[in-house]
Structure formats: structure tokens, C-alpha cells
Design a protein around this ligand. Structure first.
Ligand code: UDP
Length: 338
């Protein structure tokens, strides 16, 4: 098959491309605007491709923004894709509160256009990067795919709307099937340290802690110590990026087999508090970096943990890197390369 990966130069997209190269024989094209991704990541992926497949062809890279509808349409008219894995999106919760329209344009509008191109060009399979943020402040700490989706920030709403667009499109077109993957907190990097999270202004906890270890930041903050949790800080389900990536390969196999459209949580099913994560980063790095208390951040639920039984049972997905120390160590090793 020929698979188009949008956002393939970015953090999660690049780990999925790496696994598509290593675990499948699919032809791969990438569209990326390089806003948070890098040309060097494309170059690294191409060298992995050439080593793995003994093939000079490599990945086809389109440096393009999904908002340029005509340019994207031209790509769809000239290339012939069998499936699309769609990552390209904005992902920072507090930014979405300050600048919601960026999120509705970049996430919902661009996804709607992409889905519409997929249906007109008879593309069969679509895998969508969604998020645990669609659950909002869930009524139970461990969320199932059937837990009501009541997002509490524009980021979560922009993703939930995209899910609905995709569901309606698949409903209306018999041979257009999709998998929605709702990611929990993704962290860590390639265990061979070839690719990782490169965006310097990243806001995610483990990345920020790694930056504080190496001195890119002088100190870091804990946003809220008065939550209703054992140590007062928020609890999240941190998943290694390569375990998240393997869920996409499984989802593609599932769609190739002709299975029905479906939604899966992707997480480990257990969580750690902000203080536990910071403590783990201090232990593995042997650096007692400066941590300060700060007010709660807008849009943060207290606890968000996956129930991952559905993806285990239906996609036969299993975790290989379920270890917070290992997640922190790979994130830190990558940070040191930047
Ligand atoms: N967090 C923090 N300090 C930071 C970054 C994040 O205390 O510098 C907290 C944040 O408030 C949340 C948790 O860490 O409770 C996870 O936040 P992150 O941004 O990593 O992911 P999110 O859950 O928002 O997708």
C-alpha cells in the first residue's frame, strides 16, 4: 500500500514512519509544514529507509501546509494513496485556551478538508490522532472509549469535532474506514536515539523536566498542588512514543483486514503524578534541578488514565516500554543531542 503520513516530520509522526519502514513494506509519503517538525528528521527517516529496505527510492516528502487546500489537492491528484495517517495538528492545551481559532482552523477545518479529499479520491483507510482530552474531566479516573466525551478545552473540542467529521464520512461511504486513536500522555524517544521530540518550545511535562536537567531551562514549575489526588498534583498515563507508534501499525493491519471503523484508547492503564514524574527524572539523571510551585493551568483535569482493554483485545496491541524510568531516560538522552 501507499501510505500518506501528515505531520510525519513531527514527534509522534516520525516514530510511526520509522515503524512503517521497519515493520511493513508500504510505500510512504509525508506532508509536513515543518512548523514543529524538522528536515533533519526527514533525512534520518530516509537513511533508516535506505538501510532497512536496500532501496534508493526513499520517502516522498511534500513540504506543504494542510491549510493550502489547492496544493494538497494537487498532491492527492498526482499521487495515489491507499491510506492516510493524520498527525499534523496543534496540540498544546493552554495555547488552545488563549487562541482557540488556531485550533479549530488547524485541527478541525484542515482535517475536514483532508477527509473530504480522501473520500473523493477513494482512499480506503484513515487513522486519526485523537486525544484523551476529548474526555474532559471524566466521571471515573480510568476512562473507557464509551466514557462520555465532554472536553473542557478548545484542543479537546477541536479533536472531538474532527472525530465526528470522520465518523459521519465513514458512515456515508461504505469503503472508507477509519481508526481513531485517543492518545494519553506521550513521552520518551527512539531507544536508539535517532529521533525524538525536537520542538524547543514544547510544554509537555517530561520534555520540560529533561530540558531542566540539562540546563536549557533554569527551573520548572508544577502547575497546581491542590488537586484532589494523593500528593495534590495531577495524574496522567504516560506512554512511550514507540508503544504509541506500534498502535498505528496494528490499526493499519486491522483496517487492511477489512474490519469496521473503531476507536481505541492508547495508554498503559496506570498513572503517575507530576511530582512522581519529576522525582523519577531527578533519580535517573542524578540532577536535583530547581522546581517551583505555580498556580493551576487552565484546562487541566486532575486525573486522566486509560482503560486500555479494548486495544489489547481487538488490535492485540501490547506495551514494550511500560516503565517511567525508561521513558524519562530516553527523553533525556534525546534532549542531550539537541
Ligand atoms: N505540568 C507541570 N509543569 C510543566 C508541564 C506540565 O506541572 O512544566 C503538568 C500539567 O499541569 C499537567 C501534567 O503536567 O497536570 C501533564 O501536562 P502536559 O502538558 O505534559 O500534558 P497534557 O496532560 O496537558 O496533555
Amino acid at each position: 500500500m501507499h501510505i500518506l503520513v501528515t505531520g510525519g516530520a513531527g514527534y509522534i509522526g516520525s516514530h510511526v514512519v520509522k515503524q512503517l519502514i521497519e515493520k511493513t513494506s508500504h510505500r510512504i509519503s509525508i506532508i509536513d509544514n515543518l512548523s514543529t517538525g524538522h528536515q533533519s528528521t526527514i533525512d534520518t527517516l530516509n537513511s533508516i529507509y535506505q538501510n532497512e529496505r536496500y532501496d534508493e527510492e526513499g520517502i516522498t516528502f511534500y513540504h506543504e501546509d494542510l491549510k493550502n487546500f489547492e496544493a494538497i489537492e494537487t498532491i492527492f491528484t498526482t499521487a495515489s494513496f491507499d491510506g492516510v495517517i493524520h498527525f499534523a495538528a496543534s496540540i498544546v492545551v493552554p495555547e488552545s485556551v488563549e487562541n482557540p481559532l488556531k485550533y479549530y482552523m488547524n485541527n478541525t477545518v484542515n482535517t475536514t478538508h483532508l477527509v473530504s479529499l480522501c473520500t473523493t479520491h477513494n482512499i480506503k483507510h484513515f487513522i486519526f490522532s485523537s486525544t484523551a482530552a476529548v474526555y474532559g474531566e471524566p466521571p471515573e479516573p480510568q476512562v473507557k472509549e464509551t466514557t462520555p466525551t465532554i472536553p473542557i478545552n478548545p484542543y479537546g473540542r477541536s479533536k472531538l469535532m474532527s472525530e465526528q467529521v470522520l465518523q459521519d464520512a465513514s458512515q456515508a461511504k461504505e469503503d472508507f474506514s477509519h481508526v481513531i486513536l485517543r492518545y494519553f500522555n506521550v513521552a520518551g524517544a527512539d531507544t536508539l536515539n535517532r529521533i525524538g521530540q525536537s520542538f524547543p518550545n514544547a510544554t509537555h511535562l517530561i520534555k520540560v523536566a529533561a530540558q531542566t536537567v540539562i540546563g536549557t531551562r533554569e527551573s520548572m514549575m508544577i502547575f497546581g498542588e491542590d488537586y484532589n489526588t494523593p500528593d495534590g498534583t495531577c495524574i496522567r498515563d504516560y506512554i512511550h512514543v514507540d508503544d504509541l507508534a506500534s498502535a498505528h501499525v496494528k490499526a493499519l493491519e486491522y483496517l487492511e483486514q477489512g474490519s469496521d471503523s473503531n476507536i481505541f484508547n492508547v495508554g498503559y492503564g496506570h498513572g503517575f503524578s507530576v511530582k512522581e514524574v519529576i522525582g523519577t527524572m531527578k533519580t535517573i539523571s542524578h540532577v536535583d534541578f530547581d522546581v517551583r510551585a505555580a498556580p493551576r493551568r487552565a484546562g487541566d483535569p486532575a486525573v486522566l488514565i486509560s482503560d486500555n482493554s479494548k486495544i489489547k483485545n481487538i488490535l492485540h496491541w501490547s506495551a514494550q516500554y511500560d516503565d517511567l524510568s525508561g521513558i524519562c531516560a530516553t527523553a533525556l538522552a534525546w534532549e542531550k543531542t539537541l
